[in-house]
Design a protein around this ligand. Structure first.
Ligand code: ATP
Ligand code: MG
Length: 412
């Protein structure tokens, strides 16, 4: 991609209403543009990152047998009346033309349960897991911290349906493993832990995935022995001890909730009278689990964790492009060599953002640091004198001269 053709540009001015590092950097670097409080536009660079995060999640959900579907954002309020969740204060209500009451889904139990019910009749149809990646709507009392707490935000939500609790328990553990893989692949593995949290009315605990970060709204008590956490909300119920080993010397840390998995049991299947016939022909209740993860909150989290005073430092796996190529100096020879390198890299299939603008060296280098692509390549008069390109990783200080003829080979 030529930067001169890219929609969405960097900006030197700090947005007045940016209340967090991720809101500020993502806006200034041209990844997102705020629409209203807690609602964002994703510009091309931002959309590429969001897509990459979603694809990592998609691959891991597919690997545990999840079926991808897409459910509607709009739903009849009746379904929420059936589950008693029409009174949720975060639910957005709308009026249809024919007096029908509609809501914007804040989660999809009220949609997925009757949907799966239409397709599951006997024990032979179970277990089954479906998921989607879609925007959710929540009228949050306080939208804040950029992408961390939105009113319209992106979520991957998976729902699994089982013939009995034993099968649900087994699948729940499998999904836990898949979630750990997701955070690992995003570069957050070491600072993301499983934390016990309240289970709602249906089970004793749920499990959250919490990424340690100062800006995080949640307080986690971390057990160094078990490498798990306990959400402050339930620490008193647990008498201040780790639920796995009883250790009471827990470390208090701020964290961002980046995922949450629940055993819902029959909470929603009962509301819709969703049963199946077992192998003796008897009707039995269906057990259900749900598994949420927030790609847009993860994008904000990655910026909170990976940045310096100059800008974002994207982990390789989710960076919008792998290479940020810069031509420095308005000289025909420089442009020709940089163009040629760009073409060769593209031909090889490398993802390249090519800053071909007529701008000062200082401005171009500052933009590269702000945008945060992992590898920066500079072609200038100085590098061409050595038949070379300057090679620098965003997360390192050193620069290296690499012979022009070796550059393409060196890029994986
Ligand atoms: P929180 O406690 O932060 O309000 P929640 O427990 O209500 O979140 P869940 O219903 O468990 O959220 O949603 C699943 C995942 O979706 C969360 O773990 C988080 O990653 C993401 N998420 C939830 N609410 C938001 C939001 N307002 N903005 C961005 N992402 C969100
Ligand atoms: Mg949660």
């Amino acid at each position: 991609m030529r930067y001169s053709q890219l929609f969405g540009k960097t900006s030197k001015s700090v947005p007045a209403d940016a209340d967090s590092v991720n809101a500020r950097l993502l806006t200034q670097a041209g990844f997102v543009s705020k629409q209203l409080s807690g609602v964002y536009n994703y510009l091309p660079l931002g959309l590429r990152v969001l897509n990459k995060i979603q694809n990592i999640i998609r691959e891991e959900m597919n690997a545990v047998g999840g079926n991808e579907i897409l459910m509607p954002a709009l739903t009849q309020e009746e379904n929420y009346v059936l589950t008693g969740r029409n009174k949720l204060d975060i639910l957005f209500h709308l009026q249809g033309r024919d007096e029908s009451q509609l809501v914007l889904n804040q989660s999809h139990e009220e949609v997925v349960t009757p949907l799966v019910q239409k397709n599951v009749f006997s024990y032979r149809d179970l277990p089954v897991a479906v998921y989607q990646i879609q925007n959710k709507f929540r009228n949050e009392p306080r939208a804040k911290s950029g992408l961390l707490r939105g009113r319209e935000f992106n979520m991957k939500d998976m729902y699994s349906f089982h013939a009995d609790n034993e099968d649900l328990d087994k699948y729940y553990e499998t999904v836990k493993g898949a979630y750990h893989k997701v955070y690992e692949r995003l570069g957050l593995g070491e600072i993301t832990v499983l934390a016990y949290s309240s289970g709602g009315t249906f089970s004793k605990y749920s499990h959250e995935f919490q990424t340690f970060c100062d800006i995080g709204e949640d307080t986690i008590y971390y057990c160094g022995h078990c490498k798990i956490g306990v959400n402050k909300e339930i620490i008193d119920d647990l008498k201040g001890a780790c639920p796995e080993c009883g250790n009471k010397e827990l470390e208090e840390k701020n964290a961002i909730e980046v995922g949450n998995i629940f055993k819902l049991g029959q909470r929603f299947t009962n509301a819709f009278s969703f049963t199946f016939t077992d192998n003796e022909g008897k009707l039995q209740p269906v057990e259900m689990g749900c598994y949420g993860i927030g790609p847009s909150r993860l994008m904000g989290t990655l910026v909170e964790v990976f940045h310096d005073e100059k800008g974002i430092i994207w982990p390789e796996a989710v960076a919008p492009y792998k290479v940020h190529l810069i031509s420095l100096g308005q000289d025909e020879e420089i442009n020709k060599e940089a163009d040629k390198l760009y073409d060769e890299l593209c031909e090889k299939g490398a993802e390249v953002l090519y800053d071909d603008r007529e701008l000062s060296a200082g401005a171009k280098l500052a933009d590269a640091d702000l945008i945060g692509i992992p590898l920066r390549l500079v072609v200038s008069k100085k590098t061409l004198e050595q038949k070379s390109v300057e090679w620098k990783m965003r997360n390192q200080k050193d620069v290296e001269m690499v012979k022009m003829k070796d550059v393409v080979k060196k890029i994986k």
